[in-house]
Write a protein that binds this ligand. Sequence first.
Ligand SMILES: [Zn+2]
Ligand SMILES: [Zn+2]
Length: 250
Amino acid sequence: MKSKITTEVHTHTIASSHAYSTVHEMITECARKGIELLAITDHGPALNNDGAHYWHFYNLKSIPRKVNGVYVIRGAEVNLLDFNAKVDLEDAILRKLDWVIASVHNPCLDAGTVEDHTNMYIKALENPLIDALGHSGTPDFSYDIDAVLETAKRLDKVIELNNHSYSTRPKSAENCKKIARRCAELGVWVSISTDSHSMYELGDTERVWEMAMEAGIKEEQIVNLTAERFLAYLCRRKGFDRAIFENTGF
Ligand SMILES: [Zn+2]
Ligand SMILES: [Zn+2]
């Protein structure tokens, strides 16, 4: 089954030390592969010595909004640090970003109870500066799927289905399917992402696309199916002017 995703909304550059391509390489590769939009979502600073410094996020304004025909979205994958959904970037910086994914990474948080994880994900979704939950299928951090997904639906937020989970978090596969099926039933927005850590992974959404289709996800609920839909979502929910994304300069 061929994936119809034409955007990349979860990617890492060399600003995260375990990723291997520059912004320029990522953009050039997107243009070559016909990917219309690239969100740069490097790891928040709490990920040991691996995440980007907070200046990285502050200064994303140095990159034009559109390069070589590719929309460049200023983003972050912030770390959830506690069960109150505290994250590792200040609100003042999050406000400067277009797109913020909140994820759990083991070095930043020890697992608690299902109730802890449920409350954490609900609080994260309630934070107006957070747009999406990243790779939430990790079984170590399982949660009450109905409670969290109903919150996402109510607040117009996004649940990510992540292709990288198949290689780095293989134990997540069953749980991801369960989450995807419930997203399909509730009509929650989902994003389908590669979580690319190098330019070579860009565009590789085949496996997660197939899983999403099997789970009954409809194309209408995939927030990043096309650049236009993704930008419309950001503009509608966050009040951005659509015209800013056409700026090829500053
Ligand atoms: Zn992650
Ligand atoms: Zn990531």
